[in-house]
Write a protein that binds this ligand. Structure first.
Ligand SMILES: [Zn+2]
Length: 215
């Protein structure tokens, strides 16, 4: 599986180009901007972009979606719990004083357990709310495109509108940390890591596991 990343936009968001080298089918994951550069990256790896996977509908993860749709005609996929968030893209932009992007159209709404196929690859949808109401992680074998959940030495924030610390602790401890230790985490911000590395060293994860133990 091909995985390339590019840091885009004012919040240093990780956009990913993923694909199946065997069939040449590729997807953009959370194209938050610099769409031309992302498509160049895809071209360099001989990938044709047929899908756009979105983990959640925060501004920094979706700013480039409509442009990417226009340029690729790719099927655009978002978890159904993010419907209100994407509908409020304009409000989000204005609330934070950010430029208002063109409104994207979602082709496919996914839920827990759905499988998104890309060439010979299969991405399992895990719904991991808390950072945002319907946040998804897309898991393909030992690679997880996990958005703003688990990060190297950190975790996503829960204080934005629609966030919930309680849900987030559940998502991290019961779903993300339940993935095999050698699962590679490709987060929405910062470098990639593994579940095992974070299980041992991430202070937020250690605290959450302890909280879960106390309940
Ligand atoms: Zn976010």
């Amino acid at each position: 599986m091909i995985i390339e990343s590019l840091v885009v936009g004012p919040f240093a968001e990780n956009s990913y180009v993923v694909g199946d080298p065997a069939t040449g089918e590729g997807a953009l994951v959370d194209p938050g901007g610099d769409v031309g550069d992302l498509l160049d990256l895809a071209k360099k790896r001989k990938l044709r972009i047929t899908k756009i996977l979105i983990t959640h509908a925060h501004w920094d993860h979706v700013y480039g979606v409509a442009e990417a749709q226009r340029l690729t005609k790719a099927e655009t996929i978002l978890p159904e719990g993010e419907r209100r968030m994407i509908e409020r893209l304009r409000e989000q932009s204005l609330m934070f004083g950010l430029p208002v992007p063109e409104q994207p159209t979602i082709d496919t709404w996914v839920k827990e357990g759905d499988v998104v196929k890309l060439g010979g690859l299969e991405f399992r949808v895990l719904i991991v709310p808390g950072h945002s109401p319907g946040h998804a992680a897309y898991v393909c074998g030992l690679d997880a495109l996990s958005g703003d959940t688990l990060m190297a030495g950190s975790v996503g924030r829960t204080d934005l509108p629609g966030g919930s610390l309680e849900q987030f602790v559940d998502s991290i401890t019961r779903k993300i940390m339940a993935l095999p230790d050698d699962t590679r985490i490709h987060p929405g911000h910062g470098p990639s890591t593994t579940v095992g590395e974070e299980r041992e060293t991430n202070p937020f994860v250690l605290e959450m596991m302890a909280m879960r133990g106390r309940r």
